[in-house]
Design a protein around this ligand. Structure first.
Ligand code: ZN
Length: 511
């Protein structure tokens, strides 16, 4: 049985395009989202057995290097025995070596047969990655080539493993879409998005996020998506929110060799640290200066173990955020670790359809709303859509700022507005949620959110403006009563033509 058409993934909780779940492999179930450490087939600084003990359910190793360095032995013993890991083993087939060194001296057919023979649990065809700085025409050629050899690899697959379709295209997101759709049609049960490393290295998180969004939007929800080479705590929350289920990286080891320590907000040289902000077994038993003085192999192994711990901590925190329905808040808070990452957060706003599907209609926890970008949260967009469809019987409208007391219909401000202006439609407003018709004030998230009471720039809230305009037009509002010293409301009310505006402090009979 091949991976074609077979469901290999089961989702549990979802939020935005992120999900927790499990991938069923020939060597057990892998809980996702999952960081997949890269291990060298023959030379490991942290033994694969130790990775298993640390709780990693899957590792990835390079089938091309295995083929080069231990072909006979791997064929005889199988990849699990060779590397000493009894969980799931994914094999990357050498596409990255193509990117680094040009061509490799093995064909895709031979490589696919080798991956099957050594018992890989998740195998990847020998693709041709689209690196940074190539022309669109060249990228399109590589996408076509990868698609062709991938179809052949899947058709000839006989090892019973999952085949992951290598999605290429790089920053040409239309090519990413084409690549992902072609692989889906070919029947790949899982996808693996290639070429992000160079974008990561140049801090081009925006392109990376757009690549992920394009890939995720073009494959079935049931197919897990792997992201090659991007397992850094900085990018994990964003990658998961955009729909990546697994991601590998060798950074824990590469950084360790250079004396670099992975922290939640970036990477540091241990020589520059006075204390470790971590309580893993390495950090709790060494001071930075002590670790720095250890012999090189010990220091590297120690740092690698800590780095793995730091990465796993971020994966766990992201899973927990999905469970609690706080993934948006989590991504936005982590995005502040680097301005280029914060810049990439807008990709969440650019992909409403992608994010809406997995976001629950109701959440138990209140949504925390901070910046203008939060108007694009799926829950907030849904509320705007509802307010825009709302039918009012009144032609006159009183608009008051929402207050801490929720739901709005139970608030003192509403009681006073209703007493003073009977027969008017009463709406509360929030810069993020827009107009909150009092009749909808107990609907999620109108009654389930917190925001800071600070001045907001009305020009930064186009969603508010669109809901305002639609509400006024659809309900043929003739008069708006509001606090005319409220600059936020005045901005929208003053640009609405043919409407009487009245200050709320002038009570009594109106119109
Ligand atoms: Zn540590």
């Amino acid at each position: 049985m091949t991976g074609a058409g077979r469901g290999v993934f089961e989702a549990r909780e979802t939020d935005l395009a992120g999900r927790t779940g499990r991938i069923e492999t020939n060597h057990g179930a892998v809980e996702t989202p999952a960081y997949v450490p890269v291990v060298h087939p023959v030379r490991q600084s942290v033994p694969a057995r130790e990775l298993r003990e640390m709780g990693f359910g899957m590792v990835i190793t390079n089938a091309y290097i295995t083929w080069k360095r231990a072909r006979e032995e791997a064929s005889r013993r199988g990849i699990h025995d060779l590397i000493g890991f009894d969980g799931a083993v994914m094999t990357d087939s050498g596409g990255y070596q193509v990117l680094e060194y040009g061509d490799v001296d093995v064909g895709p057919d031979e490589m696919a047969a080798f991956e099957a023979k050594i018992g890989s649990d998740i195998a990847v065809p020998l693709d041709r990655p689209t690196g940074l700085g190539i022309t669109r025409a060249e990228a399109a050629r590589r996408v076509r080539y990868t698609l062709r050899i991938s179809r052949e690899a899947l058709a000839g697959a006989a090892g019973g493993q999952i085949w992951a379709g290598p999605v290429q295209g790089g920053r040409y997101t239309d090519l990413v879409t084409k690549s992902a759709r072609g692989l889906s049609r070919a029947g790949f049960a899982m996808m693996a998005l290639g070429s992000p490393v160079e974008y990561m290295e140049s801090y081009d998180y925006l392109s990376l996020a757009r690549m992920i969004a394009a890939a995720r939007s073009s494959i079935p929800w049931s197919a897990p998506l792997h992201l090659f080479g991007a397992g850094h705590p900085l990018t994990i929350p964003m990658a998961v929110a955009l729909g990546c289920d697994t991601f590998d990286s060798a950074s824990y080891m590469l950084y360790a060799r250079n004396g670099r320590y992975i922290a939640r907000d970036g990477t540091r040289q241990i020589g520059e640290m006075s204390a470790f902000p971590c309580s893993c077994r390495v950090c709790s038993s060494h001071r930075p200066a002590e670790l720095a003085r250890l012999p090189e192999t010990e220091r590297t192994a120690g740092l690698a173990v800590h780095n793995l711990h730091a990465i796993r901590e971020e994966v766990d925190a992201t899973s927990q955020a999905i469970r609690e329905g706080r993934l948006w808040e989590h991504v936005m808070s982590r995005a502040r670790a680097h301005p280029r990452l914060y810049e990439a957060a807008r990709v969440l706003a650019e992909n409403p359809a992608l994010l809406a599907e997995g976001t629950p209609l109701f959440k138990r926890r209140a949504a925390f709303l901070y910046d203008a970008i939060d108007q694009y949260r799926p829950e907030v967009r849904r509320y705007h859509a509802m307010a825009r469809r709302f039918r009012s019987r009144a032609r006159r409208m009183v608009v008051i700022r929402e207050d801490r007391q929720k739901p709005g219909y139970a608030s003192g401000a509403y009681a006073r507005a209703r007493a003073a202006f009977g027969g008017c439609q009463v709406c509360q407003y929030s810069p993020h949620l827009g107009l909150i018709p009092i009749e909808l004030s107990d609907v999620y998230p109108a009654a389930h959110h917190e925001s800071a009471d600070v001045p907001y720039d009305p020009a930064a809230f186009p969603e508010f403006g669109a809901t305002w305009d639609e509400f006024v037009r659809r309900n043929r509002i003739t008069e708006i009563i509001y606090d005319r010293t409220d600059a936020f409301l005045e901005h929208f009310a003053s640009r609405t033509r043919g409407i009487r505006r009245r200050d709320i402090s002038k009570k009594g009979k109106t119109g």
